[in-house]
Ligand binder design. Structure first.
Ligand code: NAD
Length: 427
């Protein structure tokens, strides 16, 4: 077990970097985050008191373009976690060919304990602290766990007030009326769905006979579950932070979603109710969900849920990483040994940043695309990336993760080499 999730991410980078055949300087450049900012965020609470929250931003690598990555609101946010997520963004953007580097940000907070107005003040405080660190051509944030379109709208508005300009391209995942892109809301789930559709073609999986368990029922988890259900796959287990439900018959995903929406407190921004309380089901824990005998397991919540301690009990044939980093590097050999095919996070959840890129392009053009255009372009990018990874994995007998990292590191490597490396300067 490594000490932090960032060290775990670096261990994978070292391992795959060696087999990617790039120069030592390329790997070295990816071991060192570009810049980090930690800020105290003072917020006036509804009861008149002032509380100080801690916010982070890491711009990891900008070799291929301005840095890009979400902002997470969660009690467990830490700088090592933000760095790991920013490194994965760097690999992801390179893999799907976006002109971006990687970044990430977060605030240590349980947003469920804040009123909507406190949440707005906190979101604006984050941007006040980060206003000189982010920007449409330097670093472009987006939503992540427990942040959403409304929060992105507040953040854009605060940035514009500070800079005294209109700058919709400073942040993506905004409400459509504030310059958001059609198709951004379900883009992460749609990208994962497209990967599963391609996987199903490769391995002749019949949706009607394929069972799926989804951990996490938020933006990523809900949307991939909905699209799979609509395509005929059986969603037999779903969970959220409070636990899970299981039914071998499969669930109607939208009824669970509606129930979860209905039971939300009217004035609150976050669900108070667990999915456990809304339909006929067996109650299971999140740990039990990971061990279910299903065809496809989709971790779509937090990182580090499959470790060297529980990997041996995973019974799925395929794992599709909608969450970032759900499998620790120390669990990789056990998962491989069991013959489980993993579609890695840097590919499976790349639909989100891809449509964020479309949003940024539309904002910069001052031009709106139709939903069809967004879906068509997303599909093109996801299918091409999936097949590139698949083909390299077949050709070199690599895991899909290893092939994905190899492709991404080579692309970043070409940019590093273009600036000149030791080989060039010592000729
Ligand atoms: P979200 O806030 O919309 O949803 C998170 C879900 O996870 C909620 O249903 C929550 O109840 C559940 N959850 C929280 N803690 C849990 C726990 N301990 N066990 C089980 N479930 C738990 O977040 P999201 O945007 O869907 O992000 C989920 C994952 O997907 C994260 O790893 C994120 O980095 C990744 N991701 C998101 C996007 C995006 O566009 N939103 C893009 C790429 C990757």
């Amino acid at each position: 077990m490594t000490d932090s999730i960032f060290e775990d991410a670096l261990a994978r980078l070292r391992q795959y970097g060696e087999s990617a055949g790039v120069s030592h300087e390329v790997i070295e450049s990816l071991m060192h985050p570009l810049s980090m900012l930690t800020a105290s965020l003072p917020v006036r609470m509804d009861n008149g008191s002032k509380e100080y929250f801690t916010g982070y931003r890491c711009r990891y690598n900008n070799m291929l373009g301005p840095t890009k990555g979400g902002i997470r609101f969660h009690p467990n946010v830490s700088m090592p976690e933000v760095q790991a997520l920013a490194l994965w963004m760097t690999i992801k953007c390179a893999l799907v060919g976006l002109p971006y580097g990687g970044a990430k940000g977060g605030i240590i907070v349980d947003p469920k304990n804040l009123s909507p107005m406190e949440l707005e003040r906190l979101s604006r405080a984050y941007v006040r602290a980060m206003a000189d660190f982010i920007g449409p051509q330097t670093d472009i944030p987006a939503p992540d766990i427990y942040t959403n379109a409304r929060i992105m709208g507040w953040m854009m508005n605060e940035y514009e007030a500070i800079k005294r300009i209109k700058a919709p391209s400073v942040i993506t995942g905004k409400p459509v009326r504030l310059g958001g892109s059609l198709g951004r809301e379900d883009a992460t789930g749609r990208g994962a769905y497209l990967c599963i559709r391609e996987l199903s073609k490769k391995h002749q999986l019949d949706p009607g006979k394929t069972t799926v368990a989804v951990q996490g029922f938020g933006n990523g988890g809900y949307n991939v579950a909905r699209l799979l259900h609509d395509a005929g796959y059986h969603i037999v287990a779903i969970s959220d932070s409070k636990g899970g439900i299981y039914s071998p018959e499969g669930f109607d995903v939208d009824s669970i979603y509606e129930e979860k929406q209905r039971t939300r407190r009217v004035q609150a921004m976050y669900c108070e109710q667990s999915v456990c309380e809304c339909v006929d089901h067996d109650v299971i824990s999140n740990e039990e969900l990971l061990k279910l005998d299903v065809d496809i397991l989709i971790p779509a919540a937090l990182e580090g849920v499959i470790t060297e301690n529980n990997a041996a009990s995973v019974n799925a044939k395929y794992i599709v990483e909608v969450a970032n980093g759900p499998i620790l590097s120390t669990a990789d050999p056990i998962i491989e040994e069991k013959g489980i095919t993993v579609i890695p996070d840097v590919l499976a959840n790349a639909g989100g940043v891809t449509v964020s890129y479309f949003e940024w392009v539309q904002n910069r053009q001052g031009y709106k695309w139709t939903l069809d255009e967004v879906h068509t372009r997303l599909q093109e990018i996801m299918i091409e990336a999936f097949n590139e990874v698949w083909d390299l994995a077949e050709e070199r007998n690599l895991s899909l993760r290893s092939a994905a990292y190899t492709l991404a590191i080579r692309r970043i490597g070409e940019a590093v080499e273009a600036h000149g490396t030791r080989d060039y300067f010592s000729k």
